[in-house]
Structure formats: C-alpha cells, structure tokens
Design a protein around this ligand. Structure first.
Ligand SMILES: [Zn+2]
Length: 364
C-alpha cells in the first residue's frame, strides 16, 4: 500500500482527507492559511512550549500557598491543597487523568472536593474520574442542568448554593459567588482570599483573544459585566480556563479594553450601515423575497466595518490588537458579529418604528 507516502515528521498524513470540502462557495465558510495571519505575541505562550508540558502533557505551578495552576496548553484549571485533602476546581477532559498526575506530583493528599465552575463538558467533563465519594460543589443552576441533561462523566453536584458560599476545608477557604448568567448559567467566581487567586472561567483568556463568538457566551451583557466583576476582586493571579497561561490584573484590563473597543465600534456600525443599500439588490424579479441574502450582506458589512476598525485601532499602549492578543486578527470578526447581534437583542439601541416610520429607514 502506498496511500500514506506523504507524511509530516510527526506522522500526520499530508494527503487531503475524504471529509475535506475545499470550497463551498457562497453557502460555505472559507479556510485560512496560517501565513496570512500575524505572528502571535510571544508573551501569550506561557506553558505552551515548556519542555515539561510537551513531555508530560501538562505543566503544574504553585500560584501561592497551596493554590496550584495546571495547564494542558489549551485548557487549564486550579487545585488547592488543604493539608488534609485537595479541592479541585474543574477537570477538563483534555487534561483528563494528567490532572491526577499533576496533583500527585505536588502532594500525597487525596482529592476530597471538586468545585464545578459551570456545567460545560469541556471544563468539567473529567469530573467522574475522582470517583463517587468526593463532595461536589456547584451553583444550583449547574446541578439543575446536569440533572436535566445527565452525563456519566459529569456527576450531579452534591452541594449547591444560590448566591454566595464559603467552602472551608480544613481551614482553607474558597469564596464562591454567583453574580448571574454570563458565559453560561451557573458560571461562578471562585476566590482564594488568602492567596489572592481567582478562578473565573470562559470570560477571558490571558494573552489571547476571546474565542469565537465571545467564547460562545449565552448572555453577552453578563459576559461584558463579568470583566468588571473580576476587577472588583483583590487578586494577584487569575485562572481563566484557557489557553496556556494564567493571568494578572493587567490581562483582565487588556481583555476589557478589547471587548469595549468591539462594543463601541459595533454600536457605531449599527448606526452607520444602511439596510436599504442591500434591500435594493432584491429587485422585483424572482429574487424579491430573498430577504435572507439582504440580511446576510447587511450583517457582513457591519461585521467587516467593526473588524476593520478594531484591528486598525492604535490601542492604549500604542500597539495594535494582534500585537497584544494572540489570534485577535483571526477571531475578531466572529467576536464582532456576535457583539452586533447581542447589542440588537440585549441592549436598547435604536428606538422603534412609529406610525411615521423609523428615522433610520429599514430597521431590524
Ligand atoms: Zn464554558
């Protein structure tokens, strides 16, 4: 057989897979070439290229006084040694049992507690590996969701709270707080006051741009607000769930600035771009009912305008966004699109049509 003649050094075949659709034209999504994009800022790398992370699949590091950070490169989480049992905060399936190795590397204590930041499988999908006997702490919404949509790898939490709670294990304290829906329902803040370490998952990624569509967040108003709620904490380090390093206050301020640039340009573009321009393409022939095409183009125009404005802006430290956040050039379009839609849905922005019509003409 000669079907696998062409291999990269790492053993991955160069041939075009059967499932690969080269170009779907108007109905599909385009592919990108990595060389079309900017070189990533090196201070985003964190644990990514550390020899121990590459060798073992994880990097573990003490943030302060028994609070540890574990990074698999794409996902990270936190655990706390209490002297008589370990509290794990999240168990991403991409780390899986490597998280057990990371814990065993620094302590002989057994895992006695797990805190679920939120119900998403990509952050707590290895929760079952600690067995049936540990205590599982989460917000009541998380328990409700995992009861409604059961998963053998995400056991239903055994202890829940509604607004604020303190988890005290052997005198080591974690303050848990739910401030309302943001990225997900039930997504909580987890704070170690003595160590000034905070975990706030899927709000920002230190050194990296927020993943597509504002990290697939459910409530963008809550997601935006969460940046400020993080800054209300007195923290030195923050674990964010992604990507390859933990963060500081500076990283949160940077993410907040990027987010607010998108909001500002999105509001501006919603005022500036004219739906009529795309409606006239519908004509009077067989395409006159093709509203979806006009809507597509209208929102593409808005999204492109926001993306251009964000990426060309000289930011507060004199740099462009792609020089500050890894992937800003790749994913700003998706973040801009989501922000535009959520401004329409969640924020009052343009009044409503009266009997005299609407001053802006066509109006969505
Ligand atoms: Zn999530």
């Amino acid at each position: 057989m000669t079907t696998h003649d062409h291999h990269h050094a790492n053993g991955i075949c160069d041939c075009i897979p059967k499932w690969y659709i080269d170009n779907l034209g108007q109905v599909g999504l385009p592919y990108s070439k990595v060389e079309d994009y900017a070189r990533p800022p090196e201070d985003s790398y964190g644990s990514l290229f550390l020899p121990d992370r590459i060798k073992k699949g994880y990097h573990v590091e003490e943030l302060k006084d028994g609070v540890y950070w574990v990074s698999g490169g794409w996902y990270d989480c936190m655990f706390v040694c209490t002297g008589n049992g370990v509290i794990v905060v999240d168990a991403p399936p991409s780390l899986g049992e490597r998280l057990l190795d990371a814990i065993a590397e620094v302590t002989d204590e057994p895992v006695t507690h797990m805190v679920y930041s939120h119900w998403h499988a990509d952050h707590v999908g290895a929760a079952s590996m600690f067995g049936p006997n540990i205590k599982r702490v989460a917000h009541e919404k998380t328990a409700e969701l995992l009861t409604r949509f059961p998963d053998k790898d995400r056991p239903v939490p055994t202890e829940t709270f509604s607004k604020d709670a303190v988890l005290d294990v052997n005198g080591v304290k974690l303050e848990l707080s739910y401030k309302g829906q943001n990225h997900a329902e039930g997504n909580i803040f987890i704070y170690a006051p003595k160590q000034k370490a905070l975990a706030a998952i899927d709000i920002l990624a230190p050194g990296w741009v927020a993943f597509k569509d504002c990290d697939s967040s459910e409530n963008i108003s809550g997601w935006i607000e969460a940046h400020d709620q993080i800054l209300d904490y007195d923290f030195d380090t923050i674990v964010c769930g992604h990507v390859s390093r933990y963060g500081t206050r500076e990283d949160v301020l940077t993410a907040r600035e990027y987010t607010h640039d998108i909001i500002g340009f999105a509001k501006q573009a919603l005022q500036e771009v004219e739906l009529e321009y795309f409606m006239k393409d519908l004509g009077t022939g067989p395409y006159m009912g093709a509203f979806r095409a006009a809507e597509e183009n209208y929102f593409s125009a808005i999204t492109n305008l926001v993306t251009k404005n964000v990426l060309e802006k000289t930011t507060s430290n004199g740099k462009l966004w792609h020089q500050r956040l890894n992937g800003a050039d790749v994913m700003t379009k998706n973040n801009a699109y989501t922000m535009v839609q959520k401004i329409r849905l969640e924020m009052s922005h343009n009044g409503y049509v009266t009997r005299q019509g609407h001053p802006e003409g066509f109006f969505l």
